[in-house]
Design a protein. Structure first.
Length: 351
């Protein structure tokens, strides 16, 4: 049986950053993830997608963010159970937990932190006749390798951050990018909306609103799409790729049966204190949780992980007083590839 202080379910960005925050408190972490590698969606779905809301990085690719988070956690030597799904949880008489995966691997932990992101998911697909026929033949719901679109004509459909970000990114890759949304207003970040409008003014992106893709043209591969603008007849737009980006349909999976309070497929937490669920000792952080004012941003997941670790420390060591200090007081081992003493602030806090 694997034993640890904090068992983190989900090895996406929020789960990985939790290792660092817990490590500063000298708490050991082990992670479970159904994917074969750490990184969550950032590794599996869009490793080449640019992210713009990470502090100190005007732009960073999702895969690069995963790599840097892994580098940051190395010094604390976390454990990983990858390619397995957390299946059941049993609370012990002493308040600890045993979590068993679908392959029978047991984990014993004092604290459980659910950082499962959106959980298991599948893309939301538009209702277009014969759509499935063109999947992997010009229709893609996820962009894993942008070079696939080098010098190609691309039509993106959607009005959120993913649609805007990819339209902006591919404007320097594809020969032609057309962004189609059924409303005039976009739901994405204001900066991205303004950047897309600027690219439209420069002739680097075509934006058609309010409009919808109603059909796909082609025999074995996509050669065009039928676009219907409100109040007008449908027109054919030549394209090599049609990418509908309408988000993901999330499912909590077995976690939904753990007795946690669920609201709209997310786990309710107490955000006024520490992001703890209705079961003491079980926390939910990142996109998997919900509370009034919740924002599904990686940045917010990092904040939630930080406060969660402080609460976890108090639960594990109720008689010890922790005084929060800056990590820069004594440095952190391994940041520059050398061995350093642990931060003086951390040592002082746990003595």
């Amino acid at each position: 049986m694997i034993t640890t202080d904090i068992l983190i379910i989900g090895a996406g960005p929020t789960g990985l950053f939790t290792i660092f925050e817990a490590g500063l408190l000298k708490l050991k972490c082990h992670l479970i993830d159904a994917l074969p590698q750490p990184g969550g969606q950032c590794s599996e779905i869009y490793p080449k997608k640019p992210i713009y809301d990470i502090p100190a990085y005007p732009e960073i690719l999702a895969g690069d963010l995963t790599h840097k988070l892994m580098e940051q956690t190395k010094q604390f030597e976390p454990g990983f159970t990858l390619g397995e799904r957390a299946e059941t949880i049993d609370k012990q008489d002493d308040g600890t937990f045993i979590v068993t995966t679908n392959k029978g691997t047991k984990h014993h932990a004092k604290i459980v932190a659910i950082a499962g992101g959106l959980g298991s998911f599948e893309p939301r697909k538009p209702k277009i006749e014969n759509l499935e026929k063109f999947e992997d033949n010009g229709v893609e719901y996820i962009i894993k390798e942008p070079e696939l679109y080098r010098d190609k004509k691309v039509v993106i459909s959607g009005g959120g951050d993913s649609a805007l970000d990819w339209a902006i990114f591919l404007s320097d890759v594809a020969s032609e990018v057309t962004l189609i949304h059924r409303r005039n207003e976009f739901r994405g970040a204001l900066d991205s909306v303004e950047k897309a409008q600027e690219l439209k003014n420069l002739g680097k992106i075509n934006i058609i609103t309010p409009a919808e893709v109603k059909g796909i043209i082609g025999d074995d591969k996509v050669t065009g799409v039928a676009v219907e603008k409100k109040g007008e007849d449908a027109v054919i737009i030549d394209t090599d790729h049609f990418i509908p980006l309408f988000g993901l349909s999330p499912k909590l999976g077995p976690i939904a049966n753990w007795g946690l309070e669920i609201e709209k497929n997310a786990i309710k937490v107490n955000n006024a204190l520490d992001y703890q669920t209705n079961i003491p000792g079980i926390y939910a952080i990142g996109d998997v949780n919900t509370y009034p004012g919740k924002l599904k941003l990686i940045l917010c997941g990092f904040h939630e992980a930080t406060l969660m670790c402080q609460s976890a420390y108090k639960r594990i060591f109720p008689d010890k007083k922790y005084v929060m200090k800056y990590t820069t007081v004594g440095g952190v081992e391994g940041f520059d590839g050398t061995k350093k003493e642990a931060p003086k602030a951390v040592v002082k806090a746990i003595e």
